[in-house]
Design a protein around this ligand. Structure first.
Ligand code: SF4
Ligand code: SF4
Length: 205
């Protein structure tokens, strides 16, 4: 894996964040869902056939809506996913056991080719196979920095296995509800993860 350091690392990350494109995983220190629920409000969830069958079997077809060759999860009038629930100041997925694959993979994109560029920074080896993994910077649970062992050895393998259909249950790639709330490690992490358009120089001045 290619590692950038210091100024070059920061400038490259800022370039990615300003572009709004997915960022190679090698910029991510770790990820921990903070249950903000923002992804479940902003995005529409497309269901593959298996997810559609599983969900409609339990909840009926009325929780989905047809759309151009696929089905999507319905939204509430406020724009949130029909299965998003609030408990205190946290938001939770109400169908953890039937959560669609695309939700399980979020905010990671696992590809067989470097579709978002920078192959050396996005390359990730799983067994004998290489994948290219990126993260969506909209997610507030990302922290930036040198990749942690927890990310490389726990979260990413699980994400790849979910992508490949080798795993259904999530352990490290979902919110750790009973653990202490997520804490970002420094000012940069906090600011960059909440505002991809953030300019470090402008804010410090
Ligand atoms: S931290 Fe990320 S994955 Fe978790 S609810 Fe917020 S946007 Fe979604
Ligand atoms: S199914 Fe769950 S994780 Fe997916 S958008 Fe709805 S509430 Fe969020």
């Amino acid at each position: 894996m290619v590692m950038l350091t210091g100024f070059l690392w920061l400038e490259t990350l800022k370039m990615f964040l300003a572009s709004g494109k997915p960022v190679p995983w090698s910029f991510v220190h770790s990820w921990n869902c903070i249950n903000c629920g923002e992804c479940c409000k902003r995005y529409v969830v497309e269901l593959d056939w298996e997810d559609w069958v599983n969900i409609t079997r339990f909840y009926g077809q009325e929780v989905t809506t047809p759309s151009l060759g696929c089905f999507k999860l319905k939204k509430r009038s406020n724009g949130s996913c029909i299965f998003l629930y609030r408990v205190g100041d946290k938001q939770f997925c109400g169908i953890q056991n039937l959560k669609p694959k695309s939700c399980k993979l979020w905010p990671f994109y696992v590809r067989e080719k470097p579709v978002f560029g920078f192959p050396e920074l996005a390359k990730y080896r799983y067994g004998h196979k290489e994948f290219y993994i990126y993260v969506d910077t909209f997610c507030r649970g990302l922290s930036w920095g040198i990749p942690s062992k927890h990310l490389t050895d726990k979260i990413l393998p699980e994400i790849v296995e979910i992508k490949l259909g080798k795993r259904i249950k999530q352990t490290f790639s979902t919110a750790r509800i009973y653990q202490p709330s997520y804490q970002t490690t420094n000012f940069l992490n906090q600011t960059l993860s909440r505002n991809p358009k953030f300019s470090f120089t402008e804010q410090v001045l």
